[in-house]
Design a protein around this ligand. Structure first.
Ligand SMILES: [Zn+2]
Ligand SMILES: [Zn+2]
Length: 230
């Protein structure tokens, strides 16, 4: 198995390979498409070998190249049913924030652009219940982990590696991996509990570098306190 991280601006994309091919986690920013093509060439990733594109959640910086990748790679797009409407409309919902610095950045339009549109996509596989990709030859589980958005999902590979999208942020500005932006803090907390109980040990967030279970648990304790206040 191989895990490659590609930074599409500040948003991560992950290429995960197993014997039967690649799963791509998220589709990055449209404005960084050239860098994505270069990355795939450098790593000799054949577009035809990408079997699935797993959409952690429908935000413009994670689905910006999705339509284009769908046409180019013919990979099947996996999305949660609670995110389908946004994906098919090409539009994302408003987010909330609890931290002062995120509020400031948000008001300046630094965290999200004024326009929240992206190319609409018709997905191939809708997730309603937690499932896995064993029928396609992948050791990968799919978990609904809402909170950042209602349709957010995590991909668990080899029962150990968790691709969590924006359920966790690993930004240099904070030692905690709690996301500054969310739709529902209590639901977010329940998803962290679910992730904690899943037994994963390595985390691959939508923003920032990979981190391990100890950093997750430190942040989990803080999130528990915060989630009772918000
Ligand atoms: Zn993001
Ligand atoms: Zn997001």
């Amino acid at each position: 198995m191989k895990i490659l991280r590609h930074k599409s601006g500040n948003a991560n994309m992950y290429f995960v390979s197993q014997a039967v091919g690649w799963i791509l986690v998220d589709a990055g920013r449209k404005s960084k498409r050239k860098q994505l093509i270069r990355f795939m060439m450098e790593h000799e990733i054949n577009p035809c070998d990408i079997k699935f594109i797993f959409v952690t959640h429908v935000h413009y910086d994670h689905v910006g190249n999705l339509k284009w990748l769908q046409q180019w790679t013919k990979a099947k797009i996996i999305v949660h049913e609670d995110a389908v409407e946004n994906l098919e409309m090409g539009w994302m919902d408003e987010l909330k924030t609890g931290t002062l610095w995120a509020k400031l950045l948000l008001s300046m339009g630094k965290l999200f652009p004024k326009t929240k549109k992206f190319a609409a996509v018709k997905p191939d596989i809708l997730i309603v219940y937690d499932t896995d990709l064993s029928e396609y030859g992948f050791d990968a589980k799919i978990m609904h982990t809402p909170g950042h958005t209602k349709g957010s999902m995590s991909l668990i590979v080899n029962s150990r590696y968790a691709f969590v999208g924006d359920l966790c942020f690993n930004l240099k500005i904070s030692k905690y991996v709690i996301p500054p932006l969310y739709q529902d803090y209590q639901i977010l907390y329940v998803s962290w509990e679910k992730l904690n109980e899943s037994g994963v040990t390595e985390f691959y967030p939508g923003h920032g570098a990979q981190f391990s279970i100890s950093q997750f648990l430190d942040s989990f304790a803080v999130l528990k306190r915060l989630s009772t206040k918000v």
